[in-house]
Design a protein around this ligand. Sequence first.
Ligand SMILES: Cc1ncc(COP(=O)(O)O)c(C=O)c1O
Length: 464
Amino acid sequence: MENGKQLLTIDDVLGFSQNDVRNLYKEYVNPGLAQMMGILNFDKRFVKAEGVQVWDEDGNAYLDFLGAYGALNLGHNPPAAKKALEEVQEWPNLLQASLNGMTAALAHNLAQITPGRLQRTFFCNSGAEAVEGALKMARIATGRQRIVYCEGAFHGKTFGALSVTGRSKYQEPFAPLVPGCQAIPYGDVIALENVLAKKDVAAFIVEPIQGEGGVIIPPDGYLAKVRELCSRYGTLFIADEIQTGFGRTGKLFACQHEDVAPDIMCVAKSLGGGVMPIGATITTAEVWDRAYGPMDKALLHTSTFGGNTRAVAVGIASLNAIIEEDLPRRAEVNGQYLLRRLGELQDRHNLITDVRGRGLLVGLEFAKPKGFMNKITKGAVSKLSEEYLGAMVAGDLLNRHQIITAYTLNNPNVIRLEPPLIVTKEQIDQVIEALNETFTRNRSHIQMVMTSTKTVVGSLFGKK
Ligand SMILES: Cc1ncc(COP(=O)(O)O)c(C=O)c1O
């Protein structure tokens, strides 16, 4: 370049060491993240991914039981997505001057498979954006302003989505958020009725199962009651199926466990087949018409990349593959097997206090440290294991057993197991054996902290 600066090429990147990558992150992306990944020893150079597996540069294979937080229901680089990309490679990807057949077809398909009378789709590029679309749609369609959401909820980190994400750690640094948003306890229909009764709430947004909250399943009948209350008080029911959607919980959508249809559904993640960013806000014809029906309102909410050819073509192919391969059923069967095997582990290991989930959205909760141990360590064990036990277990699984997992964002004492839905029983057995080994070696918080000190915790205090 004229000013003597040089640009990197893809070929340069192919020759990088992981140290090169880390240094670039420190300079140009996110130094704190680079440091955190180094501390957790999570920072390997992965060069290949297929199905449930990824490979590092030395050819070691890892099992991915994190599954990109639900974005890899079909596994890494599924053949269906690759084929779709090839099929549309000559099409214009972005051409707002005309209507796109691929976009229309995916909207049609979503209307066929979503519950109730959900019919019209706004396409965007991420989960948070699908939530933004839903919140705006609810306000304009109802003429009301208030939005109710749940404590522990996770709906994304853009301003609107963050305003309905029930964790103060994420909300407080950015206050004031969107006005008119109010949190109530998850699973509490009395609290819901109390806030809806004034008939001034535009929408109640809820996850059918809270993912980041720590894999929390609401009481039986909750969603059916939510449906009833929202209808009674003229509030739109927004179901956030971004993590639970497309077969993850054993049904195509988690709302279907209670045979419930929301007024607005948000999806994203696995709709993109693990290769394209895509989100969608789906609603009924009636709500759409109230929101954006007339021509002068048709462009009130838009996105440049929303509905681009490649993303929606992959969406069409992914959806067809999920249904043809009957992934909801596989999630149900393998999920029951995983839960049963984890239950056996829980009987053997005191550090595991709870095992819960539905389909292949599974959480493993750990014991809080006992008081006397805190006393002798002046709270250090408590602090470390409360905040990092999930990370320590995940670190041990990665570094000793080549298994990728992570703790849930809103509840670091829970690790989630969320493998691609194509996972096999043998791969599940491998994870069970690894967990068994980890908890046999580390029978207490203090042992877990000590073990991790060398790899994980030591470097938190610069002792590495
Ligand atoms: C239920 C739910 N909603 C929304 C989001 C936000 O999606 P994104 O990260 O694509 O913005 C997530 C992400 O984990 C999620 O789990």
